[in-house]
Write a protein that binds this ligand. Structure first.
Ligand SMILES: [Zn+2]
Ligand SMILES: [Zn+2]
Length: 166
């Protein structure tokens, strides 16, 4: 059976992770399991920046089984050339990573923001690129961008996911 496995890296509270788990199950219609809770991969920590290298953490996720693997990390992550990223995924590959770190600053918006970034990063694993429509695949550089996009795929992206899975 095709399952999406969540790997919790660090200390995201179990109740919160359960919330994501149910949300992902609804949004993608695959069974979703919290597969493992693991320590931060110390080799991915970059002390000069006080952040974790997102590509390094993402690479770790490939060690876990699953039709898709979503890492949820609660520390700050970056990719080369950025100050930080909300998440990272390799397009058409099975792993995606989302960080709670930059989204947590406004409690009432936090879950809505996480939902969008989770959908967005998992969207990449289903072959989606960034999208200019009213769509969760719009690129976000700031939490304002995140707040201003819907928590949904546009019809075009939905069609692409179906095509990708065919
Ligand atoms: Zn993206
Ligand atoms: Zn779209």
């Amino acid at each position: 059976v095709k399952k999406i496995n969540i790997v919790v890296i660090g200390h995201a509270p179990p109740a919160e992770v359960e919330h994501y788990r149910r949300f992902i199950e609804k949004a993608f219609r695959y069974p979703v399991e919290v597969y493992a809770r693991v320590a931060y991969p110390e080799k991915c920590y970059v002390p000069e920046r006080g952040q974790y290298d997102a590509a390094c953490v993402l690479a770790k996720l490939f060690e876990y089984p699953g039709f898709r693997v979503l890492g949820i990390i609660d520390v700050d992550i970056f990719v080369e050339g950025t100050n930080f990223v909300f998440g990272l995924a390799a397009r058409n590959e099975q792993c995606a990573l989302v960080s709670t770190y930059r989204l947590r600053n406004a409690q009432h918006l936090f879950f809505e923001r996480m939902k969008k970034e989770i959908m967005h990063e998992l969207g990449h694993t289903f072959g989606l690129l960034h999208c200019e429509n009213e769509c969760v695949m719009r690129f976000s550089n700031t939490v304002f961008d995140t707040d201003n996009k819907p928590a949904e795929f546009c019809q075009a992206c939905r069609d692409k996911i179906h095509e990708h899975l065919r």
